[in-house]
Design a protein around this ligand. Structure first.
Ligand code: ADP
Ligand code: TZD
Ligand code: MG
Length: 583
């Protein structure tokens, strides 16, 4: 077996070579391919971060653990390796937990490593420093939670966390390491035997031939077939198989937001611009790494045809039948499933009938025309459409740019307006629609790829992780933040009928987010029209330096809850006030 050499200290009096839990942890991580750790230092992991850095692992220090965790999750999505988030005990640990939970929901592989306080004190609730039963707290929010109780188990704990994070359906793993285990000394020769590199942590999973044939039969009979590509398809890095299957079948496809770019958005088979019609009329739907969750209306009528038959390609067997009957389950990894379909289908057996494509093309053209009209309008102050037109025009010449996107209207409209040309270049609020991912995702994209990043954020969304612009500046990352500033959550013109306090959705409409980044040595731009915005964005991206563009938008621009107004429960307009009950 292949063992690493541990960093060792010699005990001069005995001649025994010693190492400790800190060094062993770093050795085990390095040996398993970890190159970057995202974290916030503090008891008892500060020296772990130092030793990792000294060993050549890149350590990126954040201002808040949620952003470090979001960065680790995004790194996991981009690389198919577990992203590592390092946090201190109790409060630091808890701050990181929402991102671990979101990573699990999004099926992104990450490992949150947290130091913890002395177990014999914590377990008897004796009031230890940062006392918390972290292992129990993490369990409901993670794919798995493990604790390392002895230095000799560090190698095992790391390997177990790595395999759990990336195998099957990827997700977030919690790895607890008490401070006393980090500080435990251990014979270096014996320690070297406790560390190993995991072999093939996410093995290919081939679908059964009969399952493949069943899916081919269904597709071959379809009159109006549709492929839905989800972020699981993007994660799978099976780009060539996906393109070949879509193009050789001629079947129209709908990309979910983070699957945009698997095929370029201007592809003739993309029906993103005819989404409602495609969903309502499709008779056979093939889900490829996409769940029939709320984002797809749970597969229910009237959004979908009640007679639609579903094929689902997914690595997780229990995902199937979670919302609708799955007529043809294809359990396996996307690359293996699509290769099997290509191998077993007879030439020409799967093809999209021309009438269906003509029907969709007509709707697509009609919708594209109304979007063109909307984009051509030029209101002042700016609205979402003319602002995002400027962004789109600049980015269309920069397919290498990673796009991060959060907010409500800012998210929904940017997703429709900005085309993606390359796979895995769009990162957004994903399955939970969680605000605050912006800076963490942007930092990870820049660190992992070295490419320029543009983060388009609503003014509310920006605030959730706004302080991380200091992190972006400290590491001089090529990140440009575009704040679409309409002065509020959804819009900035909310009225408080009862007092002088701002309404619940109102933020400061005069806020100058551009000045904030200047405090940390970045470049700020303040723009009020599309021409200024385009110029600022072009300069900012070309500079490769931390930049923030505050775009002043009309405060009355934006729909409540963006495109998800239907999920917003509405109060009764004429509800009768209840009198205080008498005793
Ligand atoms: P979207 O939000 O884009 O529709 P979802 O997150 O709902 O996508 O769905 C992603 C699905 O992809 C999950 O059900 C997950 O199990 C699956 N998945 C993740 N990785 C792979 C893979 N390598 N092969 C097959 N399926 C995968
Ligand atoms: N908190 C978290 C963590 N996630 C959330 N999704 C919300 C709160 C609720 N929420 C949304 O769903 S969107 C949004 C919030 C607070 C912000 C919308 O305002 P914005 O975008 O300025 O970011 P627009 O462009 O004004 O719509
Ligand atoms: Mg806003």
């Amino acid at each position: 077996m292949n063992h690493p050499t541990t960093t060792s200290a010699s005990a001069a009096d005995t001649g025994v070579q010693l190492t400790d839990g800190f060094h062993l942890m770093v050795d085990a991580l390095k040996f398993n391919g970890v190159q970057t750790i995202y974290g916030v230092a503090g008891l008892p992991v500060t020296d772990l971060a130092r030793i990792a850095q000294a060993s050549g692992i890149r350590y990126v220090g954040f201002r808040h653990e949620a952003s470090a965790g979001n960065a680790a999750a995004a790194a996991g999505f981009l690389t198919k390796q577990p992203g590592i988030c390092l946090t201190a005990s109790a409060p630091g640990f808890l701050n990181g937990l929402p991102s671990l939970a979101a990573a699990t929901v999004n099926c992104f592989p990450m490992i949150q490593i947290a130091g913890s306080s002395e177990r014999h004190l914590v377990d008897l609730q004796r009031g230890e420093y940062e006392e918390l039963d972290q292992l129990a707290a993490a369990r409901p929010f993670a794919k798995a939670a493990y604790r390392i109780d002895r230095a000799q188990d560090i190698g095992l704990g790391v390997v177990r966390a790595v395999r759990t994070a990336v195998s099957g359906r990827p997700g977030g793993v919690y790895l607890d390491i008490p401070g006393e285990v980090l500080g435990e000394t251990i014979d270096a020769v014996a320690a070297a035997r406790t560390v190993w590199r995991v072999t093939d942590p996410a093995p290919r999973q081939l679908p059964a031939p009969e399952a493949v044939d069943r899916a081919i039969e269904l597709l071959a009979q379809a009159e109006r077939p549709l492929i839905v590509l989800g972020k699981g398809a993007a994660y799978a890095q099976a780009d060539e198989q996906i393109r070949a299957f879509v193009e050789s079948s001629g079947i129209p496809y709908l990309p979910m937001s983070m699957a945009k770019g698997l095929l370029p958005d201007d592809h003739p088979q993309s029906v993103a611009a005819a989404r409602s019609l495609a969903l309502a009329r499709a008779d056979v739907v093939m889900l490829v790494g996409a769940r029939l969750n709320w984002l797809l209306g749970h597969g229910e009528a009237p959004q979908w045809s009640p007679d639609a038959k579903f094929i689902q390609a997914d690595i997780s067997p229990t995902e199937l039948d979670s919302n609708q009957p799955i007529a043809a389950p294809l359990v396996g990894d996307i690359g293996s499933v699509l290769s099997a379909l290509a191998d077993r289908a007879k030439p020409g057996q799967i093809a999209a009938p021309a009438a269906w494509r003509v029907e969709l093309d007509a709707r697509r053209e009609r919708n594209a025309e109304s979007l063109r009209k909307r984009l051509a309008e030029n209101p002042s102050p700016m609205g979402f459409y003319n602002a995002l037109r400027a962004v789109r025009d600049v980015l269309s010449g920069r397919p290498d740019v990673y796009l991060v996107n959060e907010g409500a209207n800012t998210l929904d409209i940017a997703r429709n307006v900005i085309d993606m040309k390359v796979p895995r270049h769009r990162l957004d609020t994903a399955t939970w629609d969680v605000m605050g991912i912006g800076q963490g995702y942007a930092i990870a994209a820049a660190v992992e790829t070295g490419s320029p990043v543009v983060a388009i954020q609503g003014d509310s969304a920006f605030g959730f992780s706004g302080m991380e612009i200091e992190t972006i500046c400290r590491y001089r990352l090529p990140v440009t933040i575009v704040v679409l500033n309409n002065g509020g959550i959804y819009r900035g013109d909310g009225v408080n009928p009862a007092s002088a306090d701002p309404a619940p959705t109102v933020l400061d409409p005069t806020a100058r987010h551009d000045l904030v980044i200047e405090a940390f040595g970045g470049t700020g731009y303040h723009v009020t029209n599309p021409a200024q915005l385009a110029e600022a964005l072009r300069n900012a991206v070309a500079s490769g330096e931390p930049s923030l563009i505050d775009c002043v938008l009309d405060r009355s621009e934006g729909a409540e809850s963006g495109h998800f107004g239907s999920l917003n429960p509405r109060p009764l307009a004429n509800a009768v006030p209840i009198q205080a009950p008498r005793r």
